[in-house]
Design a protein around this ligand. Structure first.
Ligand code: E4P
Length: 218
């Protein structure tokens, strides 16, 4: 399972990259706004900065909602760096744009996915990645992990090559459950990745080992 970090914060990206287990980065317009990156040129420069930190797939999201605008943005974003994957929303125009990108060698991440039906459409259009938002599904009293399991099951039956990228992850348990049901990728806030380290028995055991070493070695 690939690990992506879900942030536009360069310090967080550097911290996760330093662990040596980071495979990519996802961003969205809200995450860009959160770190104060505004204006088309600044946003593009920020994507390049991220590409220079992480050698892996970096999702850059379009803001157009019509086919022509999405295709224009897809060309511009994909030209920034070979690792850019163009993030396109799950709407009718988006599916048409994903198909155009597939036919023209531009890799895509279909975003804002909340159902298996939407997942089938994106795979048919040839999306490279599919981003079901599991935290937002959970927020609606539904089961985000069940959605990932259902999509993975359908994709395996038909051999779709689209990778299931579980997004909107809220905690470390989401990551473990995604691994259990076969997600190809998880994109996580730094806090959820760091949460995977936590276990009180690890801390207690390490303290005991160090104390015993000190007793014997001064
Ligand atoms: C990433 O691809 C998504 O845009 C992101 O995970 C959404 O997360 P949120 O539901 O916490 O905003």
């Amino acid at each position: 399972m690939k690990f992506f970090i879900d942030t536009a914060d360069l310090n967080e990206i550097k911290e996760a990259a330093a662990l040596g287990i980071l495979d990519g980065v996802t961003t969205n317009p809200s995450l860009m706004a959160k770190v104060g990156i505004t204006g088309a040129d600044n946003i593009k420069k920020h994507y390049v900065d991220i590409c220079n930190i992480v050698d892996g797939d970096i999702s850059a999201e379009v803001i157009s909602v019509d086919f022509d605008g999405m295709v224009r943005e897809a060309k511009e974003l994909s030209a920034l760096h070979p690792n850019i994957v163009v993030k396109i929303p799950m709407i009718k125009e988006g599916i048409k744009a994903i198909k155009w990108c597939t036919d023209n060698g531009i890799r895509t991440n279909c975003t804002l996915v909340f159902s298996a039906g939407q997942a089938i459409l994106a795979a048919k259009a040839g999306a490279t990645y599919l981003s079901p938002f599991i935290g937002r599904v959970d927020d609606m009293n539904w089961d985000g992990i069940l959605l990932i399991e259902q999509i993975v099951h359908i994709y395996r039956i038909y051999g779709f090559e689209t990778e299931v990228l579980a997004a909107s992850i809220r905690n470390p348990l989401h990551i473990v459950r995604c691994a259990e049901v076969g997600a190809d990728v998880v994109t996580c806030p730094l806090s959820s990745i760091l949460g995977l380290f936590k276990h009180p028995l690890t801390d207690l055991g390490l303290a005991q080992f160090l104390a015993d070493y000190k007793k014997g070695n001064g």
